[in-house]
Design a protein around this ligand. Structure first.
Ligand SMILES: Nc1ncnc2c1ncn2[C@@H]1O[C@H](COP(=O)(O)OP(=O)(O)OP(=O)(O)O)[C@@H](O)[C@H]1O
Ligand SMILES: Nc1ncnc2c1ncn2[C@@H]1O[C@H](COP(=O)(O)OP(=O)(O)OP(=O)(O)O)[C@@H](O)[C@H]1O
Ligand SMILES: [Mg+2]
Ligand SMILES: [Mg+2]
Lengths: 254, 254
């Protein structure tokens, strides 16, 4: 049975989507059967993977309405071991209020995750920023949670809050393990960035992955090209960090 | 009567809080009586202004419970014309689900904004990332909306979605004007950043402010110091951009 890993942070723009995509791709490249699920109504995963064609329109938000089968939204990709469930037509629509409700209450969320695990998939879930109803529901059905933390003062300030939110769910959901904090957009040589990284490691020993993902030009270029950086520039420092992270996590997730 | 300006984007980490704080401070420095409201349960405004003392704990989330008076959460600051309503104890708590509900349904939201306007305040509201219930409620009670857009490919990809979401609300709320898109963290000399800015200006003529806020070291340092960059480094390029934006907006907001 594969495990379910949620990528969560209440702070926006910290690298949740970048981490979910590149970690899923790095796991698949190791031969781990992986399903990447986009639970964020913003639907950024489809851009990061360049899956913009009309036939990729339907996804999680459509499945949750109960009108289509699961196999209609689990998409094959160019990588043999990677499947993807995109966010679906919610990201073409207007407001997200109804989606919040349906995600928070539909039994099909468990159904999707359970059947994927039964088929031996490791599931990686991208989530919207915040600790709202979608994130709560994802965490209630996850085995592992990873929190990206951007190496900037603003992201550090709200760390205590996210950890409190996670701890709250871990007590409610016995199967959930907090795997740790992943430092992202780290800038070696930039004193503010280095100070943030050192501060977080000192404050939260044991909770921070040794691997930190550096801020690189290749990462930004990859998004513009609609390709994960680990495929587009495997020797880039950010790619090497995600590959090392996949090496570290793959044993825990299978 | 002052107007209400909401700072909104469904994309996270694009500079909503930085813009709300520095625009409010720049308006107050011009002598405009300004109230900055933090509607984001993350409560980042308190860090950006260094208002961390225990007596600043109560805020909007506490007022919405109906247990305290409005004047208990409208705080004076070191600037004569700037008052602030922080997010309150929600940002010390756990999950945000209940807050989403209470913000979406409490009549006290209107009460707060109406009474501030009657007292001649221009109100600037920081919101959480997304188009969820808090943002919808804020937009339903706003006169103006400004959308920060980070000059990175990932933020551009979801622009159509945020504009659709805003257009949906503008049709429902006749008093709401869409003021435009503010380019943030612009990096002159960085071809990807320049290409993003040129692309957005070409795609959305008339919708993008001439002023773009550059990415600067002083902006990041200011957050670490708990001070708005327009006060800490008024000659910094980001400060000058926020001051120019306040000059442009102040006539519309009063
Ligand atoms: N290692 C990196 N190097 C350079 N840029 C990066 C890196 N990781 C992420 N970014 C950029 O930072 C921005 C935010 O990343 P991303 O969209 O993955 O964050 P997020 O947490 O998913 O945001 P949201 O809260 O909107 O869901 C994007 O423009 C992305 O391209
Ligand atoms: N002009 C700038 N120059 C450099 N860094 C900036 C600038 N504006 C914002 N930042 C940094 O970018 C990050 C995101 O900014 P901010 O927190 O204001 O975004 P936000 O949209 O409010 O995020 P959230 O979605 O979490 O509410 C912060 O680390 C902030 O310090
Ligand atoms: Mg994301
Ligand atoms: Mg913010």
């Amino acid at each position: 049975m594969g495990r379910v890993l949620a990528i969560v942070s209440q702070k926006g723009g910290v690298g949740k989507t970048t981490t979910a995509i590149n970690l899923a791709v790095a796991l698949a490249r190791r031969g781990v059967k992986t399903l990447l699920v986009d639970a964020d109504p913003q639907g950024s995963v489809r851009y990061g993977l360049g899956m913009l064609a009309a036939h990729y329109r339907l996804g999680v938000s459509d499945y949750l309405k109960g009108e289509i089968e699961m196999q209609e939204i689990i998409r094959a990709t160019t990588l043999p071991w990677l499947r993807v469930a995109l966010a679906g037509t919610i990201s073409d629509g207007g407001t997200h209020e109804d989606y919040h409700h349906s995600f928070a209450s539909s039994p099909l969320v468990e159904e999707l995750l359970m059947r994927a695990q039964e088929r031996g998939y490791v599931v990686v879930i991208d989530t919207p920023p915040g600790l709202g109803p979608i994130v709560q529901r994802v965490l209630a059905n996850s085995d592992h949670v990873l929190v990206p933390l951007q190496c900037e003062p603003a992201a550090v300030q709200t760390t205590a809050q996210i950890l409190r939110g996670i701890r709250g769910v871990v007590t409610k959901n016995q199967q959930l393990t907090f795997d740790g904090i992943l430092l992202t957009m780290y800038e070696p040589g930039n004193t503010v960035s280095e100070r943030v990284a050192a501060h977080v490691r000192a404050q939260l020993p044991q909770l921070v992955f040794d691997v930190a993902v550096p801020r690189t030009v290749a990462s930004v270029d990859a998004v513009a090209a609609g390709q994960p950086v680990v495929l587009r520039a495997p020797n880039d420092a950010a790619s090497r960090a995600y590959i090392a992270l996949a090496d570290e996590l793959s044993a825990r997730l299978q």
